[in-house]
Design a protein around this ligand. Structure first.
Ligand code: AHR
Length: 493
């Protein structure tokens, strides 16, 4: 153990509510995410409801999954939604050009996705096609999913078996417009956005239109969009950032060394700088913080597992990913005033997945368990905190070892989530809660013997939350001992 870390609650003003949508997920037509992951078809021997795996539905419901983004990613700007409605046998096929050039039979389409979101109790977040689509196509999609009265699209919806609209609120207008979504300049995309957003109208509740956001530290992108898009057309602006060591040679998902672990965490923790700086730009144009920053793709990205299709982006999920998820979610919580939605990429069988499936079995990854431990923060009120932390050093470089966030839920219970990213040392931390009213602390911890440990189909429960006994309350001061690479959730009552 090294010297004492210190944190304290800042209680002179109340923090913002942590929007539950920060805990969102992402389903892309990529590798085995949709087919075999979410969807097996209603003739499968795997237990399903309208073709969607029942084990997956139960697991995601247990996370209180707030929203799900679909159908991409890069795939979204090649997707024509009308290919995925009506009798399945008559649906055309397309080639999934971004992801392995596999044939997409469109058997999982709009009805399948939106009905699945209803089963999950999650808000759907539809990613519209700007790159290769048309304004008419996107405005038709809105009418198809949301229009209550009689119209060409609502009639078609009813013909396809759904009379009442789903009332989809969240709409992405293109994806990575600076890259796979069309290689546009920010100025050009801002104009495209204005045009698309103008023709999206809903007879039901208000739409929440999200602009395709910056690639990581492209601050100019956010500036140009904020300057050029009128406030009445936009509700959110996205940001994508993956924790990656370097794009050419990302390193293995499992057999990484400490240098690679350190580099991944440096990239992951950079999220704090990104969110701070993009928010500051947004503040210039929107000081009342009406427009949300939506981190609709985040997570660790490594080399694909050997012997798997490189176009499917399948990677294993270890304790490194758990620590990465816990640290990133602490960052989002602490920026809840502006970050009001986020989507981990991708839910099943792809990048930093929460679930892996194989045949009729399923594995919950370490990242799943972090999401489950952190669900207590959903819609709770942030308690802003100050922290003085030791460094986690590797060679001549250093990173803050401990991260923390806290919230008070609607029943008055306080939760604190702490992460120690140090690969070698335990960290002692005292937390001044400015409140002697707490009588009891209990906790849960996620850790394992090695950073490289993961849950496999043969050992699915190797890593799972356990009761945590390393926290003690004395006169309102909380003393916690965090083992190396651990994620801890404390409940104070
Ligand atoms: O998550 C994989 C891909 O990464 C997404 O499709 C794209 O938006 C991003 O570049």
């Amino acid at each position: 153990t090294s010297a004492q870390n210190k944190a304290s609650f800042i209680t002179d003003s109340t923090g913002p509510v942590i929007n539950r949508d920060i805990y969102g997920h992402f389903a892309e037509h990529l590798g085995n995410c949709i087919y075999g992951g979410f969807f097996v078809g209603d003739t499968s021997h795997i237990p399903n409801s309208s073709g969607v795996r029942k084990d997956v539905i139960a697991a995601l419901k247990n996370l209180n999954i707030p929203n799900l983004r679909w159908p991409g990613g890069c795939f979204a700007d090649t997707y024509h939604w009308k290919d995925g409605i009506g009798p399945k046998a008559k649906r055309p096929t397309i080639v999934n050009t971004w992801w392995g050039n596999v044939t997409e039979d469109n058997s999982f389409g709009t009805h399948d996705f939106l009905n699945m979101c209803e089963a999950l109790g999650a808000e759907p977040y539809l990613s519209g096609n700007v790159g290769s689509g048309t304004v008419q196509e996107l405005s038709d999609w809105v009418q198809y999913t949301n229009f209550k009265g009689k119209s060409p699209m609502s009639d078609l919806r009813a013909e396809n078996g759904r009379a009442t609209p789903w009332q989809v609120k969240y709409w992405g207008i293109g994806n990575e417009a600076w890259g796979c979504g069309g290689n546009m300049r920010a100025e050009y995309y801002a104009d495209e956005f204005r045009k698309y957003a103008t023709f999206m109208s809903s007879s039901g509740g208000r739409l929440f239109r999200i602009a395709s956001g910056a690639n990581s530290s492209d601050y100019n992108w956010t500036d140009v969009l904020m300057r050029n898009i009128p406030k009445n057309l936009i509700e959110g602006i996205a940001l994508h950032h993956y924790a990656v060591i370097r794009w050419e040679g990302k390193g293995p998902a499992v057999k990484f060394n400490e240098e690679q672990y350190f580099a991944t965490m440096r990239s992951a923790l950079f999220m704090d700088t990104l969110v701070t700086r993009h928010s500051a730009i947004m503040d210039k144009y929107d000081p009342q913080k009406k427009i949300a920053l939506v981190v609709d793709e985040w997570g660790g990205w490594y080399d694909v597992e050997e012997g798997t299709n490189p176009g499917f982006l399948f990677q294993q999920n270890t304790m490194r990913d758990a620590v990465l998820a816990g640290s990133t979610l602490n960052i989002f919580n602490n920026h809840a005033d502006r970050v009001r939605m986020a989507n981990l990429a991708q839910a099943i069988n792809v990048l930093q997945s929460v679930i892996f499936t194989k045949g009729d079995t399923m594995v919950l990854t370490p990242t799943y368990h972090v999401m489950e431990m952190y669900k207590v923060h959903q819609d709770a009120t942030l308690i802003p905190m100050r922290i003085n932390t030791n460094d986690y050093t590797y060679g001549n470089e250093k990173l803050p070892a401990v991260s923390v966030s806290a919230s008070k839920d609607k029943s008055g219970v306080t939760h604190i989530t702490l992460v120690n990213i140090d690969a070698n040392k335990a960290q002692d931390i005292t937390v001044d809660t400015k409140n002697t009213g707490y009588k009891n602390v209990s906790g849960r911890i996620l850790t394992s013997a090695k950073l490289q440990d993961y849950n496999s189909f043969s050992r699915p429960d190797r890593i799972k939350p356990a009761a945590f006994t390393g926290a003690a309350l004395k006169n309102g001061a909380l003393a916690v001992k965090l083992p190396p690479f651990s994620v801890v959730m404390l409940t104070l009552q």
